[in-house]
Design a protein around this ligand. Structure first.
Ligand code: TYD
Ligand code: MG
Length: 453
């Protein structure tokens, strides 16, 4: 072991500093510095195999071809599947479905696989596997937290795919730090990366993201692994979204959509219809927008509710779910100043339906129309979709991929779209109403300029 010099390590970004402070000087996270014994550089595990230099043309690219995972929504995000020797980190809040997804993946893999369960007992995993129809002869299970044991088991049973669930709960006794510390998490990850590269073995590791930051955050690991996937969703909804935030073997802008069902995660190839299933037409305060998640168009319903409050002196509530609260405040101000929609005495609630997060500005105009529709108690025409970015002057700005958005809306049976004035021509068959400003959009949607009439 190295000399016991002490450093303070940030659990968020992994940087070390000799002096303790309330805030990390590198990533500026608060209360993230924890004490640890410094490791001498000679003890740092190697980051990968050493190999000779060669002309780039002689490199065998064939070898880095992805192997399908048997789960189309996962393949979509990975750009085809898992590459031999690649290390993937799957991050997400506890209970979101990481273990479920990975067990389903292992069960479909054509060769021998190993599931290292460092959190749940073998019995628990077996019960879950039964539910998921994942009790297969080539799926091996190892309830273990010690890294050396895990590596020797890999040597012994020679799996072709390994899952570590989770990286925060395994530890290497050779490292001078407690399990779950940054040194352990990073040291174990380094070792697993080296083992993966040495054997051309794809490895997936689960990384918990906790709001409290009690465990070493997966951000520490982002630099070490090839791919970082994040699994998101609202635990109260069945919808789960999978995205790549880093991917060395392909694009990072694809979206995978799953629903958590009784028998595990089920891919949702037609996500738009999922989002629209519970939609009621003819109700005020609702607008449909075709949004783009990576390359994938999705139709999402934006809802708003306004409620007159009588209390004085207290600013009325503004609440945004699945939408950015700052964006909501900005659009409310634009509606007041540019379209004379007085919202000052109203509580405002706005949400993107179905547990999805709408972050792109293309959803601005739909939110504006949903707000005014709620305020005026007039529904939007049911056949209409809306998109466009709204500027501070109340102008409606063009957004990318208008044609793809329109094609998706047409596919879902919509016939008319309110779009930015300078959107390109469309072959989607949709009737386009081009608008320059929010006020023009209100007229186009049949919500006149005056409220409450
Ligand atoms: P899990 O995969 O354990 O989450 P994580 O590994 O990210 O912590 O999933 C936990 C939740 O998923 C749990 O609340 C129960 C639910 N679930 C289902 O709804 N259906 C299923 O078939 C399974 C296995 C779990
Ligand atoms: Mg789990």
């Amino acid at each position: 072991m190295g000399k016991s010099r002490i450093v303070y390590r940030c659990t968020e970004c992994g940087s070390a500093t000799p002096k303790w402070g309330g805030r990390c000087g590198v990533c500026e996270a608060w209360n993230s510095l924890v004490e640890e014994a410094a490791v001498e550089p000679s003890l740092q595990p190697p980051t990968g195999p050493s190999s000779p230099a060669m002309p780039i043309g002689q490199v065998d690219a064939q070898f880095a071809q992805p192997h399908t995972t048997g789960i189309p929504e996962l393949d979509r995000v990975l750009g085809g599947g898992l590459v031999p020797g690649s290390v993937t980190l799957l991050g997400g809040e506890p209970g979101i479905g990481k273990s479920t997804l990975l067990l389903q993946l292992l069960a479909r893999w054509p060769q021998r696989t190993l599931y290292v369960s460092a959190e749940e007992s073998a019995q628990q995993v077996r019960l879950r596997a039964e539910r998921l129809d994942a009790v297969r002869p080539e799926l091996w299970l190892l309830p273990e937290t010690s890294l050396p044991h895990i590596v020797s088991t890999i040597d012994q049973i020679q799996p072709q795919l390994v899952v570590i669930d989770s990286i925060q709960t395994i530890a290497d006794p050779a490292l001078p730090s407690a399990p779950g510390s940054v040194v352990q998490v990073r040291g174990c990850a380094h070792r697993l990366v080296a083992e993966a590269k040495r054997r051309d073995l794809p490895v997936l590791m689960v990384g918990h993201v906790t709001k409290e930051g009690g465990l070493a955050g997966p951000r520490v690991l982002e630099h070490i692994v090839d791919t970082v996937l994040s699994f998101e969703g609202d635990r109260h909804h069945s919808l789960r979204l999978l995205r790549a935030t880093k991917h060395r073997f392909g694009p990072t802008n694809e979206l995978g959509v799953f629903a958590m069902e009784g028998e595990g995660l089920v891919g949702v190839p037609d996500a738009s219809s999922l989002f629209l299933t519970d939609r009621r037409t003819g109700v005020p305060g609702s607008a449909i927008t075709p949004t783009l998640e990576g390359q994938r168009p999705l139709l999402v319903e934006v809802q708003a509710l306004t409620n007159k409050v009588h209390a004085t002196g207290v600013p009325p509530r503004r609440s945004a779910q699945g939408l950015d609260g700052g964006r909501l405040a900005l659009l409310l101000a634009v509606l007041e100043r540019r379209a004379r929609m007085m919202m000052g005495e109203f509580e405002v609630f706005a949400s993107a339906v179905g547990g999805v997060r709408l972050t792109e500005p293309g959803a601005d105009l739909a939110l504006c129309l949903a707000l005014v529709s709620a305020l005026t108690e007039r529904p939007l025409p049911p056949e209409v979709v809306v998109f466009g970015e709204v500027g501070l002057a109340g102008e409606v700005r063009q957004v990318a991929h208008a044609e793809r958005r329109l094609a998706e809306a047409a596919r879902m049976g919509f016939t008319r779209a309110i779009v930015p004035a300078n959107s390109p021509r469309s072959t989607s068959g949709m009737a386009l109403t081009r608008v320059n400003s929010v006020t023009e959009a209100l007229v186009a949607a049949g919500l006149s300029g005056r409220s409450g009439s």
